[in-house]
Ligand binder design. Structure first.
Ligand code: ATP
Length: 437
């Protein structure tokens, strides 16, 4: 059997109407890729027998492996069985499988329920198809070969589909170390995507193997690598490409694959053995929430303040009323005093503060919406807070998100000893341009 490319067909009105996002296709492609099978096409079709049958015929004509999900339930709109029959044996009706009836009967019996007559539809299959057991639900899967193409139909719910793929489909896939596809990503924050691409140079040429591409989502840059070849070659080339991206993107790189900025910062904190406290204004607790995302953070994160108003900044953090009058609550001086107050009052080794104007109202010519100051006091420079000024663009949510992420990157850099002159995206220098307010 020669499976070079796969196609994935997702079935359901809820998918084409946009009520459910098609996560099955993404999951399946990824699973196939790790086994060396490239997915050439994803297709989504509503609950329409003719359309599903046509899609099966077309995709089977171009791919060696076709995986279908959805439409195997007991109701009248579950038409995958019929459509598969139309494609495999046009004009014939489905046959009833005695083994499947027994399986369904036992499934209901074990749960103390009587089987509704409609579930009998699920015991029907195209003549040449084979049933695949579903340990988690009533909808059995189906396997059939159409000319040279292996076709598997699996139920729609991911919790049922995934174990069935692993148990019933994977053993039938061609398994060889001659050809694998490996994927990995390098994550970075704090510099523009165009510069990221420039720094990669010819690593990003489209006909290279490994293939390198960049994406950016909510400020997080990813260098994505796809490496194909024999297991050994692909791994070696992947490792080299990852190392090259990491070198090119310093000091902005924070992790690989699914690792988040907060996980990376938490890991560095943990290894440093130092504790941290925070003082937030415009982010309203977002920085604290991000830190608290990470399991085990209690070893480092001792707490913090959300001081949204001036009186709270004064009473909780000891920021002087005079300072706030003179410089404003959104200023280098206020960010520094908030960090100093948080450190002094918590006893933490490190303090981070954020104060800014998230908008959409409240900007001034000297401090427009998006102006944010982030203050950091780390162990060795207790009395010398580092304050960076940012001018973020975007809406309120994105300004607050970038502010919290920039604070985390500043924290990482301080723990790694990255020189203070490395600029962050949207940073304005010098921070202390504060003519008027
Ligand atoms: P069952 O009888 O267990 O419902 P089924 O094969 O009939 O199986 P569908 O009715 O098509 O499955 O889908 C059931 C649910 O599974 C959907 O409402 C949706 O929540 C989820 N689902 C279906 N297809 C997908 C998909 N491609 N990606 C993510 N979720 C999906």
């Amino acid at each position: 059997l020669h499976v070079t490319t796969a196609a994935i067909l997702s079935i359901g009105d809820e998918l084409v109407l946009g009520q459910t996002a098609d996560t099955n296709a993404a999951w399946l492609s990824d699973q196939l890729a790790t086994r060396g099978i490239l997915t050439a096409e994803h297709r989504t079709v509503g609950d329409d027998r003719g359309a599903v049958a046509a899609a099966i015929r077309e995709l089977a004509a171009s791919a060696g492996l076709l995986i279908i999900t959805g439409g195997l339930g007991p109701t009248a709109d579950d038409l995958t069985r019929e459509a598969l029959g139309d494609a495999a044996h046009p004009g014939e009706s489905l046959v009833t499988d005695d083994g499947a009836i027994q399986h369904l009967a036992r499934w209901f019996q074990r749960r103390g329920r009587t089987m509704p007559a409609s579930n009998l539809r699920q015991a029907q299959r195209p003549r040449s198809a084979r049933f695949l057991p579903n340990p988690r639900g009533t909808a059995p899967g189906l396997a059939v070969t159409l000319r040279e193409t292996l076709i598997f139909a699996l139920p729609g719910p991911p919790a049922e589909m995934q174990p069935m793929f692993l148990d019933a489909v994977v053993p039938h896939l061609p398994r060889s170390d001659d050809h694998v596809i490996l994927t990995a990503a390098v994550n970075a924050f704090g510099f523009p995507e165009a510069e990221a691409a420039e720094r990669l140079g010819d690593l990003m040429e489209r006909d290279r193997n490994p293939l390198v591409g960049t994406t950016v989502s909510r400020g997080i840059l990813r260098g994505r690598v796809r490496s194909t070849g024999s297991a050994l070659e692909a791994r070696a080339a992947m490792d080299a490409a990852i190392a090259a991206i990491e070198r090119a993107w310093q000091p902005y790189v924070f992790g690989r694959d699914g690792e988040s900025l907060q996980e990376s910062a938490a890991g560095l904190l943990h290894r440093s053995g130092r504790s941290i406290a925070i003082a937030e204004s415009c982010t309203g607790g977002q920085l604290g929430a991000m830190l608290a995302d990470v399991p085990g953070i209690s070893a480092s994160f001792i707490g913090g303040w959300i001081t949204y108003s001036n009186p709270m900044k004064e009473s909780q953090l000891g920021v002087s009323a005079e300072l706030l009058r003179q410089h404003g609550a959104v200023s280098v001086a206020a960010a520094a005093a908030m960090a100093a107050g948080a450190r002094a009052r918590s006893g933490a080794d490190i303090a981070l503060s954020i104060t800014g104007i998230a908008g959409p109202e409240g900007g001034t010519p000297a401090k427009p919406v998006g102006t944010v100051f982030v203050g950091l006091i780390a162990g060795d420079d207790r009395d010398h807070p580092v304050v960076r000024r940012f001018q973020f663009s975007g809406d309120r949510a994105s300004i607050r998100d970038r502010a919290a992420k920039s604070a985390l990157q500043m924290l990482r850099w301080s723990l790694q000893g990255v020189a203070e002159d490395a600029p962050l995206l949207f940073e304005v220098r010098p921070a202390a341009v504060e003519a008027g307010r």
